[in-house]
Design a protein around this ligand. Structure first.
Ligand SMILES: NC(=O)c1ccc[n+]([C@@H]2O[C@H](COP(=O)([O-])OP(=O)(O)OC[C@H]3O[C@@H](n4cnc5c(N)ncnc54)[C@H](OP(=O)(O)O)[C@@H]3O)[C@@H](O)[C@H]2O)c1
Length: 325
């Protein structure tokens, strides 16, 4: 099969197209059997950029096929699986997704709603499960609350805006430019602020927020805490800005606010029932029309390097997707 491998840890340019054997029906997270999927589209995200430099927490031996999530058609499923050959699915394979065929655990493989195409399916599991997990499981969002989303035109950002809106929240977005503002509005942002402008004062003037969801990190954390109402929660999701912020805990005490970590993978990977429950909630939001993954750049498999460079260069809007067949 055709696949893309990371062969050395020198960044996106070192990705290589290769011809390799198809995977066995087994997976590190489900050694007794896995779903074999003929991949139509593979999602590209920040971790693949980090992996290409050896900077991600999971460091497979070289060479390896990156690609955490895919959409495609089931070729085979393990005994007892609810999936049948021919089913359209979206799945987290964790690695191995930049390939014509991949293996995923049964419990991280989900039926793909008819309303979504393969490219949208490739942007569904990681971002929307993370969004729901961050907002609800960790952030305890309630309908009627106001949520501010940083990096709001990105993969996690657009998903978080859509899920928050679908759950009845008012949504604020922080983005860096006009094109990203347009995307954030398309994803359901009620108000959009510029990361380079006086967004903290503008958010205060707009009445502050109950929750901040932050996949960006860097130097905006203190202003995020200042933007919270009493009882507010800042949910830490990622650090695309490059630096990990530190918090002076007296700010939490003085304003009665919380900082909450949301590490989706670490939490849910040992909890198949929780994955199924989150997917059921997302399926409801697909049916109600709130969840529609926004696909930005869409490139053929062999242009994986460019796909990673778009994310690395801060040019990604919505989900970056590789068309595999
Ligand atoms: N905690 C979890 O369970 C979990 C799950 C999935 C992903 N994540 C993490 O969430 C983060 C966001 O992922 P994503 O897929 O949404 O990424 P993305 O699509 O590339 O979006 C990230 C956003 O970060 C902002 N940004 C600010 N400074 C940046 C910089 N120096 N370089 C690149 N982007 C910068 C950009 O928005 P502006 O230009 O508008 O500022 C960009 O749109 C990543 O760190 C990822 O690892 C965490």
């Amino acid at each position: 099969m055709r696949a893309i491998q990371i062969t050395e840890l020198t960044g996106p340019a070192a990705l290589k197209e290769v011809d390799v054997p198809e995977p066995e029906a087994t997976h590190l997270l489900s050694p007794d059997g896995a779903v074999i999927i003929d991949v139509e589209a593979a999602g590209v995200s920040f971790p693949e950029v980090l992996q290409s430099r050896g900077e991600y927490q999971i460091k497979p031996n070289l060479p390896f096929i990156p690609g955490a999530e895919v959409a495609g058609v089931v070729r085979s499923a393990p005994e007892g699986s609810a999936h049948q050959p021919g089913d359209r699915v979206a799945a987290m394979c964790m690695l191995g997704g930049f390939a014509e065929t991949t293996a995923a655990p049964d419990w991280l493989t989900f039926r793909l709603a008819d309303d979504l195409d393969a490219a949208q399916g490739a942007g569904l599991v990681l971002n929307y499960h993370t969004a729901y997990f961050s907002l609800v499981t960790r952030g305890r969002l309630e309908a009627g609350e106001t949520v501010l989303v940083h990096g709001a035109a990105g993969g996690v950002g657009t998903a978080t805006l859509q899920v928050a809106k679908g759950l009845g929240a008012k949504t604020f977005a922080v983005v860096s430019d006009d094109a990203k503002e347009e995307v954030a509005r398309r994803a359901g942002a009620d108000e959009v602020f510029r990361s380079g402008g006086p967004w903290k004062d503008e958010v205060s003037a707009a009445g502050k927020v109950d929750m901040v969801v932050d996949p960006v990190g860097g130097d905006r954390m203190t202003d995020s805490l200042r933007s919270l109402k009493e009882g507010g929660r800042l949910v830490v999701v990622g650090f695309t800005a490059g630096s990990i912020p530190e918090v002076k805990v007296n700010r939490l005490l003085l304003n009665n606010v919380s900082v909450v970590g949301a590490g989706w993978g670490a939490y849910v990977l040992s909890k198949p029932a929780l994955n199924a429950e989150i997917q059921r909630e997302i399926d409801k939001l697909i049916a109600s029309g709130h969840v529609r993954p926004i696909v930005g750049a869409r490139l053929p498999l062999e242009r994986a390097t460019e796909a990673l460079e778009i994310i690395d260069g801060r040019r990604a809007v919505g989900k970056v997707v590789l068309d595999v067949r």
